[in-house]
Design a protein around this ligand. Sequence first.
Ligand code: COA
Length: 258
Amino acid sequence: MSSLVLVEDAEGIRTIRFNRPDKKNALTREMYAAAAEALESGDTEQSIKVFIITGTDGIFTAGNDIGDFMERPPHVGGGDMPPVERFMRALLEVKKPVVAAVDGLAIGIGVTLLMHCDIVYCSDRATFKTPFVDLALAPEFGSSQVMPQMFGHAVAADLLMLGATWDANRALQTGLVTGVHSADDLAGAAHFAASVMAAKAPGSMRAAKALMRTPPEDLSDRISREGGMFAELLRSEEFAEAAAAFMERRLPDFSRFG
Ligand code: COA
């Protein structure tokens, strides 16, 4: 495992940490491959319930390593899947919840990847920038679709076309992040959120995520889709445990479920 990406498992939470602070955690092919492997394997390991993606003190990531890019330009969607695509597809496809904790700089793919996380916390000193047009490049990995959906076209254009830098308040106001914490409290807040989700029924958590990540459809179709999952979950061992815990006035214990 690469020391530039640290992977730590504890109490059902897999933390994936970009760890290249001397290069502002700029992401290389090796780092993408390590992070992809951590997501892919964690998604199939029963003991892992939640992922945290984070960086180091004061720096989430300065985005793609520009030297790496120039040396071997990836062709995403071009067939032979480059590590950056493997990582982003893994992030898009993991069934378990992902919490991101952003302290300091998030640039380029460091912002794009947040679109595919579930809970995003940042520190009050975090900044967000997607300088694709500044670099004579284009938006990536769905951000040209997801950002206008999330923020509306005019606000998304502030990031994707004007290349503005957003601070933590702007990120919170636009809905890019779930919450803002002091730099000292950020890791604790992310860990708390992850442990709350790790204690919940994993099948139900996967169902909620899958529904929320399903592309927009006719509302009537969505109601039927939800109804099918609801009915299936009503027959599950997880629901039996939740109902028994309610009747017995105790906390449910979902730890035996994967
Ligand atoms: N790719 C490769 N190396 C990077 C990098 C990146 N995306 N971002 C930072 N680095 C390296 C710098 O080259 C420098 O290396 P060196 O010490 O060997 O010279 C080191 O990280 C520190 O960066 P530096 O620019 O000196 O720090 P800074 O605090 O003045 O500025 C940034 C930090 C992140 C604002 C600036 O480095 C930057 O703009 N980086 C490019 C970000 C970017 O455009 N990313 C999108 C890529 S698609």
